[in-house]
Design a protein around this ligand. Structure first.
Ligand code: NAP
Length: 249
């Protein structure tokens, strides 16, 4: 164990931790001795598998089904944590969904779901837990963004807009929180090998990997390592959108 936060009631909050990047991030923090709060929307079985694996690594892990696209759900989480006298020292805003289709085929509900899950969730979680971090004048926030937030992607206008919003949110909040010793950064992921890309056929996947200079998709584990490394870096590293894409974009 190393780098564990000093206070025993300080936890790392990871949203979307039932699988993919969020799961690997939770387990990476657990392997370094950090206590965890892990969230997902409806996959309690998978979430509890992550909880069991984290506890196996010797840390405390609290799991909640919290819909981060819904502010009331986040407020309920805050209340539950207050009752347990648990506070948040690091936030990993990772939960996200994709939507694939032309803009004219994107329904109003699709648009709202993508924007609220990917972007509003960052606002809801930060608004709720930042006061605790400001009180202790330290902490790290990492928002998981996408290269499509930097460049835009055809057939992913809602998703690109949500991640472009995450990038601007990150830069603006970093300026607001730097005086309080809190860093705010985003990681703009390229193609990472998770369920989010399971719609790709073997041929599409091969073509995608051919286009990536590193010759392969990224892994959730290497994304988690980057996330962890930023949280143990100096808070002077803030307001950055760090691209992790194998040289793709
Ligand atoms: P994933 O395997 O599909 O996992 C998504 C996670 O988000 C799941 O734990 C899911 O929970 C959770 N989630 C979704 N909606 C939620 C909500 N409303 N409230 C709480 N949790 C919710 O995705 P991933 O590939 O690991 O993606 C993680 C992040 O990386 C996302 O923000 C994504 O946009 C970003 N990203 C991924 C890629 C990629 O190529 N994979 C590329 C760029 C950016 P349930 O299991 O309960 O549904």
């Amino acid at each position: 164990m190393k780098n564990k936060p000093a206070a025993s009631n300080d936890y790392v909050l990871v949203t979307g931790a039932s699988r993919g990047i969020g799961k690997e991030t939770a387990l990476t923090f657990a392997s370094h001795g950090y206590d965890l709060i892990i969230l997902s929307r409806h996959n309690i079985e998978k979430l509890n598998e992550v909880k069991a694996a984290a506890e196996q690594a010797g840390v405390k892990c609290l799991s909640f089904l919290t819909d981060v696209s819904d502010y009331d759900s986040v407020l309920l989480l805050k209340q539950q944590l207050q009752e347990m006298q648990v506070s948040v020292s690091t936030i990993i805003n990772n939960a996200g969904i994709s939507f694939f289709g032309l803009l004219q085929d994107t329904g109003i509900r699709d648009w709202e779901q993508v924007i609220h899950t990917n972007l509003s969730s960052c606002f809801y979680i930060c608004k709720t837990f930042i006061p605790q971090m400001i009180a202790r004048q330290s902490g790290h926030i990492i928002n998981i963004s996408s290269v499509w937030g930097n460049t835009g992607a055809a057939c992913e206008v809602a998703y690109s807009a949500s991640k472009g919003g995450v990038n601007a949110f990150t830069k603006a909040l970093a300026k607001e929180l730097a005086p309080s010793g809190i860093s705010v950064n985003a990681i703009a992921c390229g193609a990472i090998d998770t369920e989010m890309n399971s719609r790709l056929s073997p041929e599409e996947r091969q073509q995608l990997e051919y286009e990536i200079p590193s010759g392969r998709m990224g892994t959730a584990a290497e994304t988690a390592e980057l996330i962890y490394s930023i949280t143990v870096s100096t808070p002077y590293l803030t307001g950055q959108i760090i691209t992790l894409d194998g040289g793709w974009t």
